[in-house]
Structure formats: C-alpha cells, structure tokens
Ligand binder design. Structure first.
Ligand SMILES: [Zn+2]
Ligand SMILES: [Zn+2]
Length: 269
C-alpha cells in the first residue's frame, strides 16, 4: 500500500506491505510544512536520532507508535514462542544504558496509560533494491521488563477493521471511504460519542452486553462520504452507535448500493 498522509498508516491491515522508501519519506516529510505528506502540526511523525521507533502526533498522548523491527539487531527482539500473538521489543540503549526518560522508550512505557496502538513492522528483503516492511498488526504493551517490552496483539483492532479495510480497496473513490474509516477510528470522536449516548444499537435496538455479558459498541459516521472535505469538522451528532453485525451490514450496503445511512437504517429495521 502507498502511504500518502500520516493517518493512512491506521488503515493498514496485517500482512500489508509498505516500501521502505515510502515509509521513510512519510516520516521525514510529515514534518515539513507544504510537503506532499504534510497533514498539519498535530500529525507530524516524531523520531529520535536512533532508527526504529516513531510516533504519530504529539507526546505524550500520540495517535500511534510505529515500530520497525529488524530481526537480529537486538537479541531479545522477536516473536514469543513462535506464535504471532506476542512480540518482544528491546528498549533503545545508548552505550549499553537503557534510559526510561528517553522519548523512544517512554512512548512504550506510557502506552498502557494512553491506549494508543503500537503498529509493528518487520523487515522483508526481496532484493537489495526492493526493501519492504511488512505490517504485522497493532499491539499494546502487556509486560514491561528491564530491557524490553512484551507486546500483545490487539485482536479487536484487526477483527473490527478488517472487513471494512478490505472494502476500501474495492470502492471507487476509495480515498473518501478511507476518510470515513479514519473518522470512525478517531479515538477522540469515538470516545465522545460513546460517552454521550446509551450503548444501544441504533438499528436493531439490542444491547451487546445483554447477550454477551461484556460492554461493546461501535461508532458509525453517518455523514455522506461525498460531503467530506479538508475543512470538515467532526461532531458527536454525526455518529450512530451500532452493534458489530449491523455496522458490518451498513458498510456492505454503503459499498454495494451507495445508500445513505438513513436509507440503510430504514431498510434494515
Ligand atoms: Zn444492531
Ligand atoms: Zn461505519
């Protein structure tokens, strides 16, 4: 996938590949106002002089952390017990010393507090001229050790986004559809909606926890995709809360029939 703006990175799904050139350019030029990758002061991608770890947005509450891991560069780096559920990642050290106040380490130490996703990339070499990163998925910090962190896969990140990400690839005007997904995944907007409305599905009126015993709801952005523009401001009233099944159905109907939310709601009631 070609990354064109910093938030595009949140639309990747596990297994997607990104060229090293593309990711480097995105990281470097996101800091340069007026460049093709610039998306505003709030979406600059930060880094330290050491390679390997970056963050999207301002610290401490950034949007996402990017880890680019090359197997073999640190002893402990790698998948835990052969499955792709846990990954060990070493803290950055200077002359053998790990400093907990180093920004590159702090973004990992602070992750449990702020909840941003850690996007893990591993290196794949095809040929010297064709160097790519494989996106392994989104992770959280599950254990802090002295010299490394243990990352655990965020299952709901890929499960709830996968179907919609696949659709994005098929849709004409796919960029607008990606904007739709990014708005829905905007943590601040989603949290605001979930705080102000009861967790009842807007379409089937069911309460997820009545059936499954755990609280869960998704925020769907109702505003027609065709009206998006650079200056568009997201509001709480633009969202409907939906159960995962109804939400998936809404997205399939958006894609296949290009219906507005109100029409889809009428049809599914
Ligand atoms: Zn529902
Ligand atoms: Zn939606």
């Amino acid at each position: 996938m070609e990354l064109r703006k910093p938030l595009d990175i949140l639309a990747l799904k596990a297994g997607d590949t990104v060229s090293k050139k593309n990711l480097n350019e995105l990281i470097q030029q996101s800091k340069i106002e007026g460049s093709a990758y610039w998306a505003g002061e709030d979406l600059k991608i930060g880094n330290t002089p050491q390679q390997g770890i970056n963050w999207v947005g301002a610290l401490p509450e950034c949007r996402a952390v990017i880890i680019k891991s090359k197997l073999g560069s640190y002893d402990k780096d790698g998948w835990d017990a052969g499955s792709k559920e846990f990954y060990r990642y070493s803290f950055k050290a200077r002359s053998g010393q790990v400093s907990q106040s180093e920004k590159a380490n702090k973004v990992l130490i602070n992750q449990p507090q702020f909840g941003y996703p850690i996007l893990l990339f591993t290196e794949q070499k095809f040929t010297k001229r064709h160097l790519i990163w494989i996106f392994e998925g989104a992770f959280r910090v599950s254990e802090l050790e002295d010299t490394c962190v243990k990352l655990a896969r965020l299952e709901d990140y890929s499960a709830s986004n996968e179907v919609r990400q696949q659709e994005a690839g098929y849709l004409e005007g796919g960029r607008k559809y990606v904007s739709h997904l990014l708005i829905e995944r905007n943590r601040d907007a989603a949290l605001a909606v979930k705080k102000t409305q009861p967790w009842v599905c807007d379409i089937c009126s069911k309460v997820f926890s009545d059936r499954y015993g755990v609280e869960y709801i998704e925020a769907h952005h109702k505003v027609p995709v065709s009206t998006y523009s650079e200056s568009y401001k997201v509001q709480v009233s633009d969202f409907a809360l939906l159960c995962p099944n109804c939400h998936t159905a809404v997205h399939i109907l958006m894609r296949t029939k290009a219906l507005a939310y109100s029409e889809i709601k009428e049809q599914l009631k």
